[in-house]
Write a protein that binds this ligand. Structure first.
Ligand code: GCO
Ligand code: MG
Length: 402
């Protein structure tokens, strides 16, 4: 069997997506996601200029060998651009293999570990009252787990607050928007939000919160401690994780569960955090870390230390990543939760898929492969539009982590 052609499709049905399509001499094709929010064209070029020429003529059945070829063979390892390109190829090849086998991908991975995948949605509002209402709407839709973010009094354009409640899109402008941040105000505010949420809805639902890399370890420990009475499912990305050791300090002070990893690219970014049991959930997903082949290794390492998966599932991960992640989630023994930010109808039309939401759970379909396709004619109607993630600045103008 041979790869006969491969091409990159860049489309913007409401937001940008980069998709790889690999064709074979058996008439079977596979689809992979290569989207890197705000830096899309770098991955498109990496694939078109440097990866696709090597793929032509290769045997698509040799997924592991092709993974190693692209990872070791580049000499320049890791990084978000490289690993997304590797992920796109890997996912397209798993799609081909599963289609050839006539099986949904989760069957090839080892079969079902669960009937359905528990997801969390994003509730947000300009203030506590609006956020409490938004959480109520998610509960009414059947969600068992909800992330809550709110505007903070005195902070311009706080993280995680959107115009609407169902769709949240931070990559919102042709040049980066400037947003605000204030640690003191946030530390004072977030516990009040969760106190109100527990007072209103009780303790039956899982509640989550994202610190989006803004706090120091000491501040993160403080917030974790203050939130203990409200029993969060997790606190996410409390401090930047380049220094994995920093999580030890947070851990020493709080029992609030910790999640991290949406910006990790390889097992090496998470190794110390996992082996030292400094986190509870690993957020890395398919497109972020080299596809199914590598994410499986991260999950297996995590399973030794009772760390569970919590795959990133923001709107900048295309339906191809969501569909593949759902097969992964359906199989992976140490599953925790799956993030689910809904795509717009325009995006869903460009990427026909067979997964569906019901009563707080996502269900992957039974179509052979990962179950997600691309309508290339429709995709062509939405040309690429430059869109950046925001930056964050403190009140005195200093740049902070967005
Ligand atoms: C989350 C996130 C995201 C990121 C986004 C950046 O879903 O937890 O932190 O929304 O900000 O993926 O592209
Ligand atoms: Mg996050």
């Amino acid at each position: 069997m041979k790869i006969t052609a491969a091409r990159v499709i860049v489309t913007c049905p409401g937001r940008n997506f980069v998709t790889l399509k690999i064709e074979t001499d058996q008439g079977v094709y596979g689809i992979g996601d290569a989207t890197l929010n705000g830096r899309e064209l770098a991955v498109a070029s990496y694939l078109t200029d440097h990866v696709i020429p090597c793929l032509i003529g290769m045997d698509p059945q040799r997924i592991e060998d092709i993974w190693q070829y692209l990872y070791r063979g580049a000499y320049w390892r890791r990084g978000p651009v490289t690993m997304r390109a590797v992920a796109a190829v890997d996912v397209a090849l798993w799609d081909i293999k599963a289609k050839m086998a006539g099986m949904p991908l989760y069957q090839l991975l080892g079969g079902r570990s669960r009937d359905a995948v528990m997801v969390y949605g994003h509730a947000n509002g300009a203030d506590i009252e609006q956020t409490v209402d938004a959480v109520g709407q998610y509960i009414d839709m059947g969600y068992k787990a909800i992330r809550a973010q709110s505007g903070v009094p005195g902070v311009e354009k706080a993280y995680g607050v959107s115009g609407g409640t169902l769709h949240y899109e931070p990559a919102d402008a042709a040049l980066p928007t400037v947003t605000g941040w204030d640690t003191r105000k946030s530390l004072n505010f977030v516990p009040k939000l969760f106190e109100k949420l527990r007072d209103t809805y009780g303790f039956d639902h899982h509640l989550l919160h994202d610190g989006h890399h803004r706090y120091t370890p000491q501040e993160a420990a403080n917030l974790g401690k203050m939130l203990e009475p409200f029993q969060l499912f997790w606190l996410e990305d409390m401090t930047p994780a380049e220094n994995q050791e920093a999580f030890r300090l947070i851990r020493q002070h709080t029992v609030t569960p910790l999640a991290v990893g949406e910006i990790f690219n390889t097992i090496w970014d998470a190794k110390d955090l996992i082996q030292n049991q400094l986190i509870d959930y690993i957020r890395t997903t398919i497109v972020g870390a080299g596809g199914v082949t590598h994410l499986r290794r991260i999950a297996d390492l995590a399973s030794l230390y009772q760390v569970r998966t919590g795959c990133h599932g923001a709107t900048d991960l295309s339906p191809v990543t969501m569909g593949t992640a759902l097969h992964f989630d359906t199989w992976v023994p140490n599953f925790g939760i799956q993030e689910y930010m809904r795509h717009t109808d325009e995006t869903d039309a460009v990427f026909p898929h067979d997964y569906h939401f019901h009563d707080g759970y996502l269900h992957c379909g039974e179509t052979p492969g990962h179950g997600v396709d691309i309508d290339e004619d429709l995709a062509a109607r939405y040309p690429y539009k430059p869109a950046y993630l925001p930056v964050a600045r403190l009140a005195d103008g200093q740049l902070w982590n967005w």
